[in-house]
Ligand binder design. Structure first.
Ligand code: FES
Ligand code: FES
Length: 139
């Protein structure tokens, strides 16, 4: 009940019914993985994307953190699903924060989500490049 005073109902909705919780096989070449952390509070967020033909087909997350971080990651996974990598790179933490009505003190929670999406895309692209230049299987 007390959380209601601090959290917007959209945060509570994502917190209570998080979308796309889970994890994919990190070694799958179509999967990009990012784990980001907020040094200030110690919260950790992992987001994984599954990509085909430049489109994010599937996405999942696991967040060890505050309600705003969980809501931000849940919302971010909803937003990138079905989008191209370029479209997904355009997602700004300010959009996430606005949608969830995060107070200034919780801005960094939404930043984690933007970072995680960007790093997951980066991880996927690096894998793709490696595959193109080196066909050897990983040891
Ligand atoms: Fe640090 Fe939310 S991620 S308080
Ligand atoms: Fe690793 Fe940004 S710090 S991709």
């Amino acid at each position: 009940v007390q959380t209601k005073r601090f959290y917007h109902e959209r945060v509570l909705d994502h917190y209570n019914n998080p979308r796309n919780i889970g994890s994919f096989d990190k070694k799958d070449p179509s999967v990009g993985t990012a784990t980001v952390g907020a040094p200030a509070c110690g919260d950790v967020m992992k987001i994984q994307i599954k990509v085909k033909d430049n489109v994010i087909q599937d996405v999942c997350f696991k967040t060890f953190g505050c309600g705003s971080a969980i809501a931000s990651s849940s919302l971010a996974t909803e937003w990138v699903k079905g989008k191209t990598l370029d479209q997904s790179l355009e997602i700004k933490n300010t959009d996430i924060a606005k949608h969830l009505s995060l107070p200034p003190v919780k801005m960094h929670c939404s930043m984690l989500a933007e970072q995680a999406i960007k790093h997951a895309i980066y991880d996927y692209k690096m894998k793709l490049e490696k595959q193109a230049t080196c066909e050897q299987p990983a040891p």
